[in-house]
Design a protein around this ligand. Structure first.
Ligand code: PMP
Length: 431
């Protein structure tokens, strides 16, 4: 047996199920590639599920870890200089509405940040209901897991938190309502306005609308700017907060630092995670100052929040994302458009739609372009085997697990990216 195969069976015996379902093992990584214990190299089009925006083990990040670990790592009970520096930096780069006027609550994971969002939104509004969306993924625990959709995450784990209302997300390719006269964004936005601002909808105590500005796990669905604009108006009328979940779409992935910036909408709160910490755990909830002022001291202690090493790494990641010499955000935007065109150019009968923003690209695979029937599991398995055995890591998402994601590190060398896409194209032809 190969070292990778031995490692796989050792994992099966020693780790709880839940994550890590890919048939490969990571041993060492650099940038957008990694090696397994047998020395096989893989090109990574998943970037740790959108985490490694600047690439794995970036030399500047490694240097920051080394330097910070020699001076201070853990400090829960006393504030640390690095943590304060990071909070100030986040305030400086936050989207309009929060920029220069916000406070950050630090967490370790996206799920934690969403738990905090629900807890604090309730406290500051004195209301309890939350509106989330069909196809949403906001985490796995009680509050965050109650916002998350998908039978695999829910079945057998209920009852969920009371007061969550799910509304349609403008997923135009599979929108169930007639879009002849209005776009999916208009219909979905107006629906939330109706829920919030009409008597007898029972949405009469809504603390917040929580939304992914580009839906991630639900299928990489980028709505037109109008959707968030309509949500903003509906929230303003009713006094509900608008919270954008930037855990997957943030940190430069869509070609702007935050995906909400494509809509020029000012959120009241924002969650972040994944790409901000990159190689280390780091997440948080950013709140407008006047809202944060209503949260009592000591109501949500969190032992490991913004460990100084994590803070130093996040500061380094942000510096890399903002480095004018690298111009990574523009690179994500232009390369993302190029990638979409390239994949459309395959003209594969299995490709129903290519969509995305920046380097957050979804390729919706279908059995039949006319009926849009999702690609079946057996064929998806065949495709996954093809790309994996040809040295490429891609992961699917979507409500029918039929959307392949292209979300490499924003630093991925062009040649490597297109080489991996060619493998994917050959995989499609092999079906
Ligand atoms: N929100 C969004 C939009 C996400 O995509 C995810 C993770 N896929 C989460 C929250 C949860 O993050 P974590 O896995 O770090 O708990």
């Amino acid at each position: 047996k190969s070292a990778a195969a031995l490692e796989q069976s050792a994992q099966t015996e020693s780790m709880a199920r839940g994550g890590g379902r890919m048939p490969m093992v990571m041993d060492r990584a650099l940038g957008a590639t990694f090696k397994d214990p047998d020395g096989n190299t893989f090109i990574d089009l998943s970037a740790g599920v959108g985490v490694s925006s600047v690439g794995r083990c970036h030399p500047r990040v490694v240097a920051a870890i080394r330097a910070q670990s020699e001076s201070l790592m853990h400090s829960m009970e006393v504030n640390s200089t690095k943590r304060t520096e990071l909070a100030a930096k986040i305030s400086e780069i936050a989207p309009d509405g929060l920029r220069g006027n916000c406070i950050t609550y630090f967490a370790q994971s996206g799920s934690d940040a969403l738990e905090a969002a629900v807890k604090f939104a309730r406290r500051v509004t004195g209301r309890h209901q939350i509106i989330a969306f069909h196809g949403a993924y906001h985490g796995i625990w009680h509050a965050s897991g109650s916002l998350t959709t998908g039978t695999n995450y829910r079945k057998g784990f209920g009852p969920f938190m009371a007061g969550v209302i799910h509304a349609p997300y403008p997923y135009a390719y599979r929108f169930p309502f007639d879009t002849t006269h209005k776009s999916a964004e208009q219909i979905a936005g107006e629906y939330v306005d109706y829920l919030l601002n009409t008597p007898y909808t029972a949405a009469d105590d809504v603390a917040a609308v929580i939304v992914e500005p580009v839906q991630g796990e639900g299928g990489y669905v980028p709505p037109s700017p109008e959707f968030l604009q309509l949500l903003r108006k509906a929230c303003d009328k009713s006094g509900a907060l608008l919270i954008v979940d930037e855990v997957q779409a943030g940190a430069g992935r869509t070609g702007k630092m935050w995906a909400v910036e494509h809509s020029s909408v000012k959120p009241d709160m924002m969650t972040f995670g994944k790409g901000v910490g990159g190689d280390v755990p780091m997440a948080g909830l950013v709140m407008r100052k006047d809202l944060a002022a209503k949260i009592p001291d000591g109501c949500a202690p969190n032992t490991f929040a913004a460990n100084s090493v994590s803070a130093a790494v996040a500061l380094t990641n942000i510096a890399i994302l903002q480095d004018p010499a690298l111009d990574l955000l523009n690179r994500a935007r232009t390369m993302g458009e190029e990638v979409q065109e390239y994949i459309r150019g395959f003209d594969s009968p299995w490709v129903g739609e290519v969509r995305g923003r920046g380097l957050m690209i979804g390729i919706e695979l279908v059995e039949n372009r006319a009926t849009r029937e999702p690609l079946n599991g057996a064929r998806l398995g065949q495709l996954m085997n093809y790309v994996t055995s040809h040295g490429v890591l891609m992961i699917p998402c979507g409500r029918y697990t039929n959307v392949m994601r292209v979300m490499p590190s924003l630093t991925i060398p062009r040649k490597l990216l297109f080489k991996a896409l060619d493998v994917f194209g050959e995989g499609l032809r092999s079906l």
